[in-house]
Design a protein around this ligand. Sequence first.
Ligand code: NAP
Length: 309
Amino acid sequence: MSGTHVYDMIVVGGGPGGYTAALYAARAGLDTLVLEKLSAGGQMALTGVIDNYPGYEEGIDGFTLGEKMQQQAQRFGAKTEYAQVERADLTASPKVLHTSEGDFYARTVALATGADPRQLGLEHEAALTGRGVAYCAACDGMRYKGKTVVVVGGGNSAAEDALLLSRIAEKVILVHRRDTLRATKVYHQPLMQAKNVEFRWNSTVAELLHDDKLTGVKLRDVNTGEETVLPCDGVFISVGRKPATQLAEGQLELDAGGYIVADETTRTSVPGVYAVGDVRTKLLRQVVTAVADGAMAVHMAEEYLASGI
Ligand code: NAP
């Protein structure tokens, strides 16, 4: 290993959890690198306004908050390398991250890779993405100004997407497989009161209808099996996220949902590897819980490094 630079900590993923780990690590004097594939903020950067992150009484847009977190970590010396991590040797010593920009070595690794949008798994779903099928209202909503859109899902993301789209689109139809929203109560009243939001309860999307782009969806009633055609210009799929754990597969313990098994210490089944934010098993996936994980991961990493293993 002589001549090879070995970081004290490499953080994979530059979302709120990742940059908080970087901030705490760099501020504790650890030689710290963040590997980020795109730009700071992760999923948070795609969120219009974040109203529930303390300290911003008027709310703050996720992209700006991501940049602020990156700059704060950089102030203490954390570096960022924009690279796609393709493979990781997490049990090696030092640990190795194989990336599009070469190999990087570290004594400890914080995996803060977050989660990707879950797909419905329908025929032509991938081919129609960007041609009527979308997963992010904050990113793609403006393309549907004055049009009719369907939002699929009943959680906080679907409720937020439907509300955001109701301010852009002519009509929003929320399709949910149950007869009540899973989303927290704060969304219910504004959604029910929005004049251009309609609901199709107990329904799933059975088929995406299209020519060269999406023209509508075929809905199926989950109780009766009856199918109906709903013409629309866009469908926003907002049915949760799946954890980005490709790097961990075969090396770290994962739960049935694919999340990295770790409690609030963020320690994984491999010593010196920590799971931070949405990628780990936890009850509440929020920016505030991700940043807490970032701080905790560094606390545990410092103990691990001090033990001299
Ligand atoms: P979620 O809470 O897991 O909700 C997913 C929704 O999609 C559920 O209503 C689920 O239906 C439905 N669904 C799942 N698979 C489906 C399928 N194959 N076909 C049709 N419907 C399907 O996911 P989320 O809304 O993306 O939220 C993810 C996390 O981020 C949550 O912890 C959430 O609280 C958090 N979040 C928070 C905020 C906020 O606080 N402002 C905003 C956005 C997200 P069922 O209800 O039947 O299971």
